[in-house]
Design a protein around this ligand. Structure first.
Ligand code: HEM
Length: 528
């Protein structure tokens, strides 16, 4: 099915698509370059993220369809098999992206793709969304260095992976990173002080997603601490890699392209291993033309301010009429009754980049609309000046919808900078079409709640009624709601919902309408 804007998946699409440049969602920042680990000695985020996904996934049961990539790992950190700081560190990086539209498990799955790509993996791993976060720990069973081969094989088999799959998955994981003295001082000689971690790497190129983990093994030059260690009981890679007479490792060593293809495939299977009840989407592709309304509100003069941007995918460049230097964008909008085609010019504002060479250009506009005429939808027009050619985008014939029945008074709505008794007041102001004032106007806000010992916060949805202030402007009446937000969780998202009303003899009915996934922000500093 073709994409129609807006979609509840716009947020996750943006997190995946906008990795660098203007308006980047900054997911990749933690793993660019692949060696990055903040300024913590020995830390490599890309390696930690991939390892976290593996530990979350491997307790899956393919027959019972339980476990998998579901974020249960974050409830399981008191287990020896999940020791060290890597797992919480991983979530810390994308905590800021976690929301009602991006589950912790989806972000963990995406982190594997982002890390793989940043470390030089060139094969596109499809990203499917829809993972549901576990609310509690799952069963134990992550293989450890001392785990017997038979037990390992049976664990992988239960999770749905063959003997060859197991060897491949371990080799693909262990092409990055290494063993940390902080966590395994018997295996990686060095300090157990977290500020003086020594990493003994699995291969000679721990920051490169390449097959040297396999070539060094086959040549016998490997320095992998899980192979050449003096205590064979904990030489798990030695046990695993040699368990099929080196058949799988030889194949991986033979050609970089084989390693590349097999690893992309096994990582794809790994992140798509999910429990029953989860229906993964089809692979998420970057949306070609995507608008984003940033403002629709009544200003002090009672005029309707309408501002936003259009994101144009420029990956295919000039031959497809998508050379940013030879492109202009304008909108045409229809009034509240669906009539007319008033033009709005846009200005180029910047470029952003995604994975696998994706690029985007942004075009921004801000205009004032006659409030009595209003707005209902717009179309987007792309012009290639050198060819004097314009293409019209109509959102699959629907037009890009704008509902001016609810206006979020962004400028007057904010979270107080002052904390009182651990809470900060969020005042939200809305202008509602007076025709709708006989039905309820609600805010549905996500409250984050801390859980003891678990880094991933719980999300609860709360409904709060707006109250009329008695003020009016044009066709609108003003409403306000005040919400006390926990000081540590004031940054959140909410919807504004105006209920519908059935048609009756005396009056016309109307549909429910809402503004979705708005974000709280703090009030501007006032100078005294
Ligand atoms: C099945 C048996 C496996 C065992 C016994 C095992 C064991 C280990 C151990 C002991 C470490 C060192 C951790 C530390 O020092 O904190 C490690 C690191 C790592 N493992 Fe595994 N592993 C296995 C499979 C896998 C798989 C299948 C993957 C991914 C697909 C993976 C990915 C990683 C990565 C990326 C690191 C480096 C982490 C870093 O440098 O911070 N491992 N593994």
């Amino acid at each position: 099915s073709k994409y129609v804007w807006p979609s509840e998946y716009d947020e996750i699409e943006e997190i995946l698509s906008l990795q660098g440049g203007y308006l980047s969602r900054r997911f990749a920042d933690g793993v660019v370059p692949c060696s990055e680990g903040g300024n913590v000695k020995g830390r490599q985020n890309a390696a930690e993220w991939i390892r976290t996904a593996f530990h979350d996934m491997i307790t899956h049961n393919s027959k019972k369809k339980t476990g998998g990539v579901d974020g249960s790992i974050w409830f399981e950190l008191n287990r020896a098999e999940n020791g060290g700081l890597a797992f919480n560190n991983t979530f810390n990086f994308f905590n800021f992206l976690y929301s009602s539209r991006a589950s912790a498990a989806d972000l963990l799955a995406m982190s594997v793709i982002v890390s793989h790509s940043s470390c030089g993996g060139s094969t596109k791993i499809p990203f499917r969304h829809g993972r549901i976060d576990a609310g509690e720990a799952g069963p134990a069973g992550v293989p450890e260095t001392h785990t017997p081969l038979k037990t390992m094989l049976s664990r992988f088999a239960t999770a749905g992976y063959s003997h060859a799959d197991m060897i491949t998955m371990v080799a693909c994981g262990h092409t990055l990173g290494g063993v940390h003295s902080v966590n395994f001082p018997e295996i990686s000689k060095g300090s157990t002080n977290i500020y003086n971690d020594t990493v003994t790497t699995f291969d000679g190129s721990p920051y490169q997603f390449d097959n040297s983990i396999a070539t060094e093994y086959v040549k016998g030059t490997t320095k992998n601490p899980l192979i050449i260690g003096t205590n064979d009981t904990v030489n798990s890679d030695k046990r695993i890699f040699g368990s099929d007479k080196n058949k799988t490792m030889k194949a991986l060593a033979k050609k970089p392209s084989v390693f590349e293809a097999k690893c992309a495939k096994i990582f794809s299977r790994m992140i798509d291993t999910v429990p029953k009840g989860v229906k993964l989407s089809s692979p998420l592709e970057a949306i070609d033309i995507k608008p984003n309304i940033t403002k629709l509100y009544l200003n002090d003069e009672g005029s309707l301010v309408f501002a936003g941007r259009v994101r144009v995918r420029t990956t295919e460049g000039a031959k497809k009429g998508r050379d940013q230097a030879d492109l202009s964008v304008h909108l045409t909008y229809a009034n509240r009754k669906g009539k007319g085609a008033t033009a709005i010019q846009t200005e180029y504002a910047g470029n952003s980049t995604g994975l696998y060479g994706e690029t985007f250009a942004w075009y921004e506009y801000e205009t004032v609309i006659e409030p009595s005429a209003g707005i209902s939808k717009f179309n987007i027009h792309l012009t290639v000046p050198s060819k004097k050619k314009t293409t019209k985008y109509t959102n699959q014939g629907h037009g890009y919808p704008v509902d001016d029945a609810i206006l979020y008074q962004d400028v007057e709505s904010c979270v107080s900078r002052t904390s009182v008794n651990g809470t900060r007041a969020f005042v939200a102001r809305v202008a509602l079409d007076k025709d709708r004032t006989s039905s309820a106007l609600r805010m549905e806000i996500v409250r984050f709640e801390k859980r003891q010992g678990v880094i991933v916060r719980k999300m609860d949805l709360e409904s709060i009624d707006f109250a009329a202030t008695g003020e009016e402007s044009g066709i609108w009446a003003f409403y306000e709601a005040t919400v006390q937000l926990s000081t540590s969780a004031w940054s959140t998202t909410f919807d504004i919902v105006s209920d519908g009303k059935k048609k009756t003899k005396g009056s016309a009915g109307y549909d429910k309408t809402k503004m979705e996934f708005l974000r709280t922000r703090t009030c501007a500093r006032v100078s005294s």
